[in-house]
Design a protein around this ligand. Structure first.
Ligand SMILES: [Cu+2]
Length: 156
């Protein structure tokens, strides 16, 4: 299996981008430096959730729904955004991101299962869960996961 196949299999496991016209429930997620509130949620298989993700911290944070293994794989990409000066402590340089991602698409951070939110801002993510398993909500910005920015999503 190639690396891409592994990723496709994982994506299939965690669910898919949800239909905005077919939302079952809204869950508010508050992000602080460096943790989520709540950091434990339960959803049902097949449920479509609108996550309203608010950043109350002073740093940029990510809300990413994935398996532990997928988060580990995503971390170098986040490091790369920092290394290129796109992801700053309290801001995302969108102009730079746009310009640089033309040459290297991995710098565009376009993932349906993740949002990056600047301080005092809010973003929404709609997600349909498809299988019964335990996933993690996590922030893969360097150092954040390690300092506790991770929570559990139980799909029943
Ligand atoms: Cu974070």
């Amino acid at each position: 299996m190639t690396a891409n196949n592994v990723l496709a299999t994982s994506m299939n496991m965690i669910g898919e981008k949800g239909d905005p016209n077919n939302v079952n429930r809204t869950i508010n997620i508050k992000m602080y430096d460096n943790y989520y509130e709540p950091n434990f949620i339960e959803v049902r298989k097949g449920e479509t959730i609108k996550f309203v993700v608010q950043n109350f911290g002073e740093m940029v944070h990510e809300y990413n729904i994935a398996t532990k293994e997928m988060h580990i794989k995503h971390r170098p990409e986040m490091q790369k955004l920092v290394d290129h000066g796109i992801l700053l402590v309290d801001k995302i340089d969108m102009d730079k991101m746009k310009k640089m991602s033309k040459k290297d698409h991995s710098l565009s951070h376009s993932h349906t299962n993740s949002v990056m939110v600047e301080p005092k801002k809010t973003k929404e993510m709609i997600w349909t869960f498809s299988k019964s398993l335990i996933l993690e909500m996590a922030c893969n910005i360097p150092g954040h996961y390690e300092s506790g920015m991770v929570g559990q999503i139980i799909i029943k």
